[in-house]
Design a protein around this ligand. Structure first.
Ligand code: 6LW
Length: 503
């Protein structure tokens, strides 16, 4: 649940690795909380806690009840929950988000405890546009600003819109997609921070300022204040940022970025991750520092958090918050209570392959470029295994059942069995090893994935090794990253434990 960082003279970016995009952060006293987008996964909107902005622990998911998160099975990958804003006001935490599935639109949740339970949604039917932001002015008026960029005054208790949309800024002339607005009152100005250029290689962060929360906003002469477009920097697609004051009173930006690997055009496989970069102020404009994988340690003390345990034994009644499922998680199909100490998955009879939106799946984000995953599976009652999933049409899996172990690859319209061998009766340990490829050649993929089985006498036998580029965002499209986990394709499949080991 945590990221592990150096406590010495440097720290490592990303601060929250793996598919954790669109970060929004807020500070309450000495505590920081951060929320991310979750798209078609349930539970939705992972929420993290930190005391130093560098070391983060997941404390829950904001949307962990079906009454809060409706993602019907016809929801395509990368639809669902987009771009939250997390704020603290009047003794409560507020989170506003767009559910692009099922016409749900913008939804507002609140809680006194960021670890939950969070309220059921308050709908914002009059607020049109993605990436909603929340800010309160000194009179108590709540401003909701959306991509485009336009603004609404709202009543956050009822979701009612008080007056029509007011366009406030369309960003830099010629730049596409002004989005991800966040509005702040800092010193004498109201600042409107936005992302521009699209969430791909052209992404960037720009800012405007004005004297009132509804503008007019004067663009910063140095816009974009952050972009890595047209550079060879290892962190790319930098944008969608949120400002926060650090423990020492200085300012920091959390933002999303990606780490492409391999030759050209560079494939990123972990999705968009959360990074941290310092900000200084010159003439009342923010100046963003250098963003790199290894950052100078900040001036305030780092407070390391316990590392996420490698093994989940499934000994607890509830699944840990890092485990996510596809679109829904019906308790009758998935849980740890049916056989104590095991995760039991019952296949949905309609969902016999990983391509199916109703696949019964429990996975976690791949958070390291190099990692190994193992699980002990009992497939005596069905067929299932371990999958690496980018989306419904891009996944690799190793599956046990019916006396055989098979490796499958699904790449766009093509699905093929790449290996098969008999399996002895009884539970079996399936495994995946993922390692980056040195990019000596322009055509080299970002990494390779080896699928295998642990032999009873010891040793890992690889059945197939596959090029990772096909499970990248550059190939699959969309907004998500890799998720690795267990699934049932037929009958009942049980998992005693699952290890995720950064290498
Ligand atoms: C999000 C938009 C974006 O709504 O990508 O990078 C979209 N920025 O602000 C999906 O995450």
């Amino acid at each position: 649940m945590s990221s592990q960082h150096d406590t010495g003279s440097t720290f490592t970016n990303p601060v929250i690795p793996g598919f954790h995009p669109d970060p929004s952060v807020c500070r309450v006293g000495e505590d920081y909380y951060l929320a991310c987008s979750s798209f078609e996964y349930f539970p939705g909107v992972p929420i993290f806690h930190s005391r130093d902005l560098v070391n983060w622990t997941q404390i829950g998911n904001v949307l962990d009840r079906p009454s809060q998160l409706r993602i019907p099975s016809d929801t395509p990958p990368s639809a669902g929950i987009y771009a939250p804003t997390l704020r603290h006001h009047g003794g409560r935490f507020w989170l506003v988000v767009t559910n692009v599935a099922a016409g749900e639109g913008n939804l507002l949740f609140s809680s006194v405890d960021p670890a939950g339970p969070w309220s059921d949604p308050v709908r914002l039917p009059g607020v049109h546009g993605i990436d909603p932001d929340l800010a309160w002015d000194e009179d108590g008026t709540c401003w909701c600003t959306v991509a485009g960029v336009s603004q609404f005054r709202i009543d956050p208790e009822t979701g009612e819109t008080l007056g029509p949309a007011q366009p406030v800024w369309s960003g830099t002339p010629g730049a596409l997609a002004p989005e991800a607005p966040h509005l702040y009152h800092i010193g004498e100005y109201w600042y409107l921070l936005i992302a521009e250029g699209g969430t791909e290689r052209g992404h960037g962060v720009s800012i405007g300022r004005g004297r009132t929360p509804n503008g007019p906003f004067e663009p910063c002469p140095a816009n974009p204040i952050l972009t890595h477009r047209s550079t060879h920097k290892p962190i790319q697609n930098t944008g969608h940022a949120d400002l926060v004051q650090a423990p020492d009173g200085s300012w920091q930006l959390v933002l999303l970025g990606v780490r492409p690997g391999g030759g050209t055009p560079g494939w990123h496989v972990l999705g968009r991750e959360t990074f941290l970069v310092p900000v200084t102020w010159v003439d009342d404009w923010p100046v963003v520092g250098e963003l790199s994988p290894e950052m100078p340690a900040p001036a305030w003390p780092l407070r390391p958090v316990p590392a996420t345990p490698v093994r989940d034994d499934f000994d607890e009644a509830e699944l840990r918050p890092l485990w996510v499922s596809l679109r829904r998680r019906p308790t009758e199909l998935c849980g740890t209570k049916e056989r104590a100490g095991w995760l039991t998955l019952h296949a949905d009879p309609s969902a016999d392959t990983l391509d199916h939106p109703d696949l019964v799946f429990v996975g976690r984000r791949q958070q390291h470029l190099s990692c190994g995953v193992r699980t002990l599976v009992d497939c005596s009652g069905g067929r299932g295994g371990l999958a690496v999933r980018l989306d419904d049409r891009h996944h690799y899996e190793i599956e046990a059942g019916d006396g055989r172990i098979k490796v499958f690859a699904r790449i766009g319209p093509l699905r093929t069995k790449v290996a098969s061998r008999p399996v002895p009766p009884g539970p079996v340990v399936l495994g995946i090893e993922i390692a980056p490829q040195p990019s000596g050649d322009a055509r080299t993929g970002p990494d390779h994935l080896s699928f295998g089985v642990e032999e009873q006498g010891g040793g890992f036998t690889v059945l197939a090794t596959l090029d990772g580029r096909y499970l990248s965002t550059e190939v699959a499209g969309g907004f998500t990253g890799r998720v690795i986990g267990m699934y049932a394709a037929a009958g009942t499949v049980q998992f005693d434990w699952c290890d995720y080991q950064p290498r």
